[in-house]
Design a protein around this ligand. Structure first.
Ligand code: 3SK
Length: 513
């Protein structure tokens, strides 16, 4: 690379080989393993393959990929070539994939064999998509990844990108349900490693990392790719659903030292009667949680049973990873902790003025890892990325010790198992059902204190009500994704509305609590 240029892969991957860690295990997905040296060579083959397929610098390639060793080799191979990988949530519906593939204009789609059925009817109608490459067995005459890589050279001159050049995109859910492509820069990955990973988590070369959050999430990408690679550590990838049984099984087999989870999973692991004897392997030294606030009771029970702390923090797709966090030796369960070193935060009122300790304000963050904007969304970009400050849309209060506690969203969105849910999107899905005239959705705490969607529906006159609950739940799952369906559905005569017809969800929330 030329002087002054910076390609994230040189720092993340090639440096490990140069510093003598070429034979060290980088990724193990329980079926295949890659050392740092092998990953370097495979990522060069992937870069050559992309060039051969006709993809040019700055063009996008989409990835609908399970967490196997193929994920890092493709993600890093594309970045090495100056091509922009766009990893996508593996739980989306065909329509959602069609929207995103058209939006990002991906030239190539990499898809895991098991996920191919969801997109098989979509790929033919994407005007910019020229190749589908399947990781696993060949499907429908499409290309197969292993075959495509096999003939490629493992030599490649890494693209001399700029630190401020887009390296990859991640899609963030929007309040209208339409995801927005956040453009992340080459320097952003190192920025999260130098701050949170190094200064809060204290990641080290000897760590073995296991993340319940998948690599397509910003949280999972940092946990199981950027952070371990930043120090030459080892990652155990989980390509399956992160159930308590699966997680305990991986912990027993691989003895991770860092386990990155989400509150729903920590609670499920603690409550699973069949797993009461499990200890989480013999090397666990720290756990992290993000996605939604970790209930105090879950943090305390985890510490009592496993003897390690859970560092609860908050991050966002726009800022790439965690910017507020509890830290080892400075933990208060129920709070999101303090700003991560390197990140500045402000709490502001509606007039944009800083609020005092004890007052609620919207959280703004000045982050070295902020995305440079949303693709093709100037209005939304301007509202979110205001100069150095990124608006999070989260309401927080700060105490006299400088700790921040979550108070809710500035809009009506909330998280379920760490993934944003827009009430509007769930409502829109509900009213496409012939029985439903109107719908309103609010968050409701389950017995663990974790939020799930609750729906209030007004039925159409004469609508059949037999099996209504199950029918509507299944309908929403099919339309917008399995985690978004309402766990409780109340049939009501009318919804509370403003004079201009807007649903007053806050009234339903008050009634619900
Ligand atoms: O949900 C979070 O708190 C989070 C954490 C790290 C990275 C990305 C996100 C959305």
């Amino acid at each position: 690379m030329s002087e002054g240029s910076y390609n994230a892969v040189t720092w993340l991957l090639d440096r490990n080989v140069e510093e003598g860690r070429g034979n060290k295990l980088a990724f193990d997905d329980t079926v295949s393993r890659l050392t740092y040296g092998e990953l370097q060579r495979e990522s060069r083959r992937a870069a050559n393959m992309l060039r051969r397929l006709g993809v040019r610098r700055e063009e996008r390639v989409a990835m609908i990929m399970l967490d196997t060793v193929d994920f890092p080799l493709l993600f890093l191979g594309a970045i090495r070539a100056g091509i922009v990988p766009v990893p996508l949530n593996t739980l989306l519906t065909a329509d959602q994939y069609a929207y995103i593939l058209a939006d990002c204009r991906a030239r190539v789609l990499f898809v895991s064999e098991a996920l191919y059925p969801v997109i098989k009817d979509v790929v033919g109608r994407m005007p910019d998509l020229e190749h589908v490459v399947v990781s696993g067995a060949k499907q429908n005459g499409h290309k197969q990844l292993a075959e495509e890589l096999a003939g490629e050279s493992d030599q490649f001159t890494t693209a001399a990108t700029h630190p401020d050049e887009p390296a990859f995109w991640l899609y963030s859910s929007g309040s209208t349900g339409m995801p927005k492509g956040v453009r992340h820069l080459h320097s952003n990955l190192q920025a999260t490693a130098d701050t949170y990973a190094k200064q809060v988590l204290g990641i080290r070369e000897s760590d073995v990392c296991l993340s319940a959050a998948k690599l397509f999430f910003a949280y999972g990408l940092g946990n199981a790719l950027t952070f371990p690679m930043s120090v030459g550590a080892t990652v155990v990838l989980n390509s399956e659903r992160p159930t308590p049984a699966r997680m305990f099984d991986l912990m027993n087999r691989y003895n991770p030292s860092i386990f990155y989870g989400v509150p729903t999973l920590f609670a499920a692991m603690l409550n699973d009667e069949t797993m009461k004897g499990e200890r989480g392997g013999k090397s666990l030294r720290i756990c992290t949680s993000a996605g939604e606030a970790l209930p105090e009771s879950v943090g305390n029970s985890w510490k009592a049973r496993f003897g390690v702390d859970i560092l609860d923090g908050v991050g966002s797709t726009e800022l790439l990873h965690i910017f507020l966090s509890n830290a080892p030796g400075d933990i208060k369960y129920g709070s999101s902790g303090k700003p991560v070193p390197g990140y500045a935060v402000r709490l502001v009122n509606e007039a944009g003025q800083d609020v005092a300790d004890g007052e609620v304000g919207e959280l703004l963050v000045d982050a070295p890892s902020a995305g440079e904007g949303y693709w093709n969304q100037r209005h939304k970009s301007r509202r979110t990325f205001e100069g150095p400050w990124t608006r999070t849309g989260d309401k927080y209060v700060r105490d006299a010790e400088g700790r921040y506690t979550f108070c809710g969203r500035a809009d009506d969105m909330f998280k379920v198992s760490g993934i944003w849910v827009s009430p509007f999107e769930v409502e829109s899905a509900l009213i496409t059902h012939p029985a439903v005239l109107e719908a309103a959705v609010v968050p409701e705490a389950d017995p663990e204190g974790l939020l799930k969607p609750k729906a209030f529906v007004v039925l159409r006159p004469g609508a059949a009500t037999a099996d209504l609950q199950e029918m509507l739940k299944e309908h929403v799952k099919q339309k917008i994704g399995p985690w978004k369906y309402p766990r409780w559905i109340d049939v009501v005569d009318s919804l509370p509305k403003t004079a201009t017809g807007k649903i007053q969800r806050f009234k339903l929330r008050e009634g619900a609590n």
